[in-house]
Design a protein around this ligand. Structure first.
Ligand SMILES: Nc1nc2c(c(=O)[nH]1)N[C@H]1C(S)=C(S)[C@@H](COP(=O)(O)O)O[C@H]1N2
Ligand SMILES: [Mo]
Length: 320
């Protein structure tokens, strides 16, 4: 599995943004040099994530070997060493190392806003109160790569039902922990921290919208969003926000970190859609980590039967 990820196949989300902000700040010439060195790792480097099968521990508990659509699971080593988690670093291969000491216990998540019964859960409550299921889903990053991951978790709807959204609640807003001592990336001024994401309430109630506490039968490692994160398999990976401390029911569409950074590139919906290119690259195909070549990207990442009803009558080019 010593595969190489060709740099031309991957367009990191941050490069263009960094360049743009550099140009605003320190002028165009300095900009390209600075961006290239900041992102040097990603140009032509081996994706260690894709050849990290040796890191597959033998205490993994997983019953599936393929997903519902017949694709093989991405090895544990790749899932845990090739990550996007900008609070640590924009280098995918660098996240796991930097995240090692991250303190994900004790941990609480506050669920409130437009609800009848606001509640603060301890992570252990979440693990014991809601039955943890193995859920094998594809993760399709907006950058054009994908994985198949056996998550451990439960439907977000179970939590939402408990807190009872009021009639005014239309959206769910999620927030990652803000702790710049532990998360060095939050000292960088490129983004509005903390990381924020959102779903429409009916999307959030869809059973596929998952609160994940683990993968491969083990608790989440910090690089994957410990102690718990959202997984929205039909949307681009950036919607699957990590290390959540706050869930709020609101009446207006939340502005996510990515919408604030580049509204013309990253919309609120972010449904996987091969027919709507990103302004800077096609979304028609993707590279499955660990494979050579590219495969076709499926509408809604292959989950159309389960979720297409949510968007009936909507123009998905406009609502990208
Ligand atoms: N808080 C936070 N959540 C995040 C990100 C991030 O940088 N910060 N990156 C997102 C992106 S772009 C992707 S593709 C997935 C990657 O998840 P993984 O590293 O577990 O594969 O996490 C998403 N959630
Ligand atoms: Mo992503």
């Amino acid at each position: 599995m010593a595969t190489k990820i060709n740099s031309s196949e991957i367009t990191p989300e941050h490069i263009y943004l960094s360049r743009r902000k550099f140009m605003v700040g320190i002028g165009a010439l300095a900009a390209s040099a600075a961006v290239l060195s900041a992102c040097g790792n990603q140009f032509g480097s081996t994706a260690s994530g894709a050849n990290a099968q040796a890191a597959q521990p033998d205490d993994l508990k997983v019953s599936a070997t393929i997903d519902e659509l017949g694709d093989e699971l991405t090895p544990f080593g790749a899932v845990t060493s090739y990550n996007n988690f900008y609070e640590f670093t924009t280098s995918k291969e660098g996240v796991a190392g930097l995240a090692q000491g991250f303190k994900s216990s004790p941990w609480q998540v506050e669920v409130g806003g437009l609800v009848n019964k606001p509640k603060t859960y301890d992570i252990d409550d979440l693990r014991t109160k809601f039955s943890q299921e193995e859920r094998v889903y594809r993760l399709r990053c907006v950058e054009g790569w994908s994985m198949v991951i056996p998550w451990l978790g439960f439907s977000l709807s179970e939590v939402l039902k408990e807190v009872e959204p009021t009639a005014q609640a239309k959206y769910v807003r999620f927030e990652t922990i803000y702790d710049s001592d532990q998360l060095p990336g939050q000292n960088s001024g490129w983004y509005n921290w903390p990381y924020v994401e959102g779903l429409r309430l009916d999307e959030a109630m869809n059973p596929l919208a998952t609160m994940a506490t683990g993968l491969y039968g083990k608790d989440l490692l910090p690089q994957n969003g410990a102690p718990f994160r959202l997984v929205v398999p039909w949307k681009y990976g950036f919607k699957s926000i990590k290390s959540i401390v706050k869930i709020e029911l609101v009446d207006t569409m939340p502005v996510s970190l990515w919408m604030a950074a580049a509204p013309n590139e990253y919309g609120f919906y972010a449904n996987v859609n091969p027919e709507v290119p990103h302004p800077r690259w096609s979304q028609a195909t993707e590279r499955r980590i660990g494979e050579f070549g590219r495969r076709d990207t499926l509408p809604f990442n292959g989950y159309g039967d389960e979720v297409a009803y949510l968007y009936e009558g909507m123009d998905l080019r406009e609502n990208f």
